[in-house]
Design a binder for this molecule. Structure first.
Ligand code: BGC
Length: 726
């Protein structure tokens, strides 16, 4: 097994940060490539052009052979390059060469709070995409985590637009560093799976601009994303695949997006509206392909004058532009798959994503010298997470389970025995009737687990969910832990005073009772090929945990904004986002509601002391930057990484403002006993709100508070600045 060193990881991170090179905005200026593209388009027939605008198989659209234009091949998706499916069928193609690195899921990447990790993720995905001859990777996915029940929360990043944007930009840059196109998805406001194909999301302009669109904007303007996937749902009355406002006005005109808009699979509804309102390529799941909206009907619409040839040419231009950056670029690399470096990246991400929720008895890290016997309990200890449910998975080249990871680290010093504890009786493909009883405890398995736990020094209890229980195509019905896990937790906790709870999941769950009754809680994710090794290293202290929650864990579902305002999943296929900009911690903080675990929360095996917050000036003008320095000391006995989070608050405002908003963060390694100044910068322009009346961003003059903390609710240092109108 490959054992990776924490230090190696740190050096890699630092090097990576240097590599996060300058952004290339998508300037609309004419270039040599644009001229080449014009020449190619001149040689094409209308039929050839239209063939490029719709799928010709599950994961490709046509090229033009006689002109040397290849097919545009694409593939899912966030967790790694998916297993090869048949050209016209979702069934496995039964290849033997399509095993890939299983990369940590989206919320795991977000929990690292480290853009360098998102970049590393992207590089692996890009290299493996090349090895599989895929031009477009349908990733990253970063819809805002608006409702904690969303079945795809595990694929997405965060409830916060700033954290979301920092990660999305680097994931895109990482993928595209390999001349593979990222396809940022799902644009926009695809925040629930229930009714996702039919629901009309009603969102106000500030919520759009301040919460739901910033990561897309950043991925286009700073990440230079080559392609974008329109979402299934409607936004403010129009399907996302034919939403003139979202596609033409904002994405293409305002943000200067030069690439291609690809529909989600089967997410196109009309020919003329989609063609004129900004969709470039129609994709879907089944033929006959020549009957699709963007096939023969589009040809007919052009002939009838309802869609202009100029519009068709513009779409072809966009696709060719993507090709010149990718498969047709001079320095297109050959790619590689499942290399040791890929495993290293998967390990690094996983290692930085694990969140220590509670360690009251300092049972962690495990005292490996004195622990002679360990009960490893729970289905999740032996389960793999690369596949499951609907949506893209990976045929993982290998995946280290938690039990395998632990055994590889501790087999020589401790007797490790396993009991299953619960039965994960739930399949996403089954009906509720077929899944009935999935939440019932299994008495025989609990008895067996209790008997084992009574005999060992420590009980490591692995609970949570899996890739069947959290899945595309559906949301969970509530926050309850599945499979009767609470009963198992209660029984094992009563049997062994040294019970450590380890939850593996991709989204928030109800941990109230565990938080109250248990002294030690670790949170992990669907953490990729190296997940078990990273988790074991956190448990034994080789890795000091540094993950921070990328979303709020509500104490009760009804505290969460969409539920408090009764807007989920909506009525008559309409869901008004009544909470506006108060999503996630913005809601909880502003309404003074105590969550179970707040945004940005996560402990370490050491402690960090914050001192002396200062700014380079007291007063700023628009266009300037606020430079904030806070001095952080590692006061504990071990080295550790800390994520300094900087929030901004404005007490008096002409418009509604959340209690506080994340505006900067920095993750860094601080050695035991070391004191280091941490400098964070906020462009004054980032203090702006979106002014609906003037359709522009406005920085309100006045006083702002700066809040530096180790989570959104553990603010350690406060400062103040003034901003003038001019
Ligand atoms: C998903 C997309 C995915 C596509 C192709 C759709 O159902 O929403 O995220 O890329 O399928 O697999």
């Amino acid at each position: 097994m490959i054992h990776f060193q924490f230090k190696t990881c740190m050096v890699a991170c630092a090097a990576m940060l240097l590599l996060l090179n300058a952004s290339r905005a998508q300037s609309p200026s004419k270039s040599a490539i644009d001229n080449k593209i014009s020449q190619v388009i001149k040689k094409m027939t209308l039929v050839e052009k239209i063939e490029m605008l719709h799928g010709n198989a599950l994961f490709s659209s046509a090229g033009v052979k006689r002109l040397g234009i290849p097919e545009l091949t694409c593939d899912d998706g966030p967790l790694g390059v998916r297993e090869e499916v048949l050209r016209f069928d979702w069934k496995s193609a039964n290849w033997t060469t399509d095993s890939a690195t299983f990369l940590p899921n989206g919320s795991a990447i977000a929990a690292t709070w480290n853009p360098a990790m998102a970049h590393a993720y992207g590089v692996v995905l890009g290299e493996e995409a090349n090895a599989r001859k895929k031009i477009v990777m349908l990733a990253p996915a970063f819809n805002i985590c608006r409702v904690p029940l969303n079945g795809r929360t595990y694929e997405y990043y965060s409830e916060d637009p700033f954290l979301n944007a920092q990660l999305a930009v680097q994931a895109v840059k990482g993928i595209q560093s390999q001349h593979v196109a990222a396809c940022i998805k799902h644009y926009a406001l695809n925040n629930q799976e229930v009714n996702r194909n039919t629901v009309n999301v009603i969102a106000d302009e500030r919520a759009l601009r301040e919460i739901y669109l910033p990561a897309f904007k950043a991925a286009v303007q700073k990440g230079n994303a080559y392609t974008l996937m329109s979402a299934y749902n409607k936004v403010n009355g129009y399907w996302c695949s034919e939403n003139d406002y979202l596609l033409n006005k904002i994405l293409k005109k305002e943000w200067g997006f030069k690439g291609a808009v690809i529909s989600d699979w089967g997410g196109t509804h009309n020919t003329v509206a989609a063609a004129n309102n900004g969709l470039d390529i129609e994709m879907g799941s089944s033929g006959p392909y020549d009957q699709w909206y963007f096939a023969k009907p589009l040809l007919a619409a052009v002939k009838a004058g309802k869609v202009s040839v100029k519009t068709i040419d513009e779409k072809v231009r966009r696709i060719l532009w993507v090709m010149y950056q990718t498969s047709m670029s001079a320095n297109h690399p050959a790619g590689k798959i499942s290399t040791p470096a890929h495993s290293q990246s998967a390990y690094n991400i996983a290692a930085q994503s694990i969140v220590l929720l509670k360690n009251d008895k300092l049972l962690l890290p495990l005292k490996t010298k004195s622990i002679k016997s360990i009960a490893v309990i729970g289905d999740n200890a032996t389960r793999t997470f690369a596949l499951g449910g609907f949506g893209a998975g990976v045929k993982a080249k290998y995946e280290i389970t938690a039990l395998a990871g632990l055994k590889s680290r501790m087999v020589s010093t401790a007797d490790i025995r396993f009991a299953q504890g619960y039965r994960a009786n739930y399949l996403a493909s089954q009906t509720p009737e077929q899944n009935a009883g999935y939440d019932k405890p299994d008495k025989a398995l609990i008895d067996e687990a209790v008997a084992l736990a009574k005999t060992t020094d420590v009980a490591l209890l692995f609970i949570g969910s899996n890739r069947e229980f959290e899945s595309e195509g559906g949301d969970r019905k509530d926050l309850t832990l599945p499979f009767g896990e609470q009963a198992l937790v209660d029984a094992v906790t009563a049997a062994n005073a040294n019970t450590i709870i380890i939850v593996t999941a991709g989204a928030p769950y109800d941990l109230n009772k565990i938080k109250k009754n248990n002294h030690t809680i670790v949170w992990s994710w669907f953490n990729g090929s190296e997940g078990g090794n990273a988790l074991a290293d956190v448990l034994i202290g080789k890795i000091n945990p540094s993950g921070k929650l990328p979303f709020t864990f509500p104490a009760s579902l009804k505290d969460s904004p969409a539920f408090a305002l009764d807007t989920y999943p909506g009525e008559n296929l309409t869901t008004p986002y009544k909470e506006g900009i108060l999503v996630g911690y913005r809601w909880f903080d502003t309404k003074k509601i105590e969550p179970a675990y707040c945004f940005g929360y996560g402990l370490s095996y050491t402690n960090f002391d914050y001192k002396a917050l200062k700014t380079d000036k007291k007063a700023y003008r628009p266009g300037q930057q606020v430079s904030v320095t806070v001095t952080v000391k590692n006061t504990g006995a071990v080295d550790g990484m800390e994520t300094v989070q900087l929030y901004v608050s404005k007490a008096k405002s002409a418009v509604q403002k959340p209690e506080k908003e994340l505006k900067a963060f920095k993750k860094l390694m601080i050695k035991s006993g070391q004191t280091t100044p941490v400098i964070l910068t906020i462009p004054v322009q980032d203090l702006a709100y979106y002014d609906v009346k003037s359709s522009s961003w406005k920085v309100e003059p006045g006083n702002y508070k700066l809040l530096a903390g180790t989570s959104s609710r553990d603010i350690k240092q406060v400062g103040a600045i003034a901003v003038s109108a001019k």
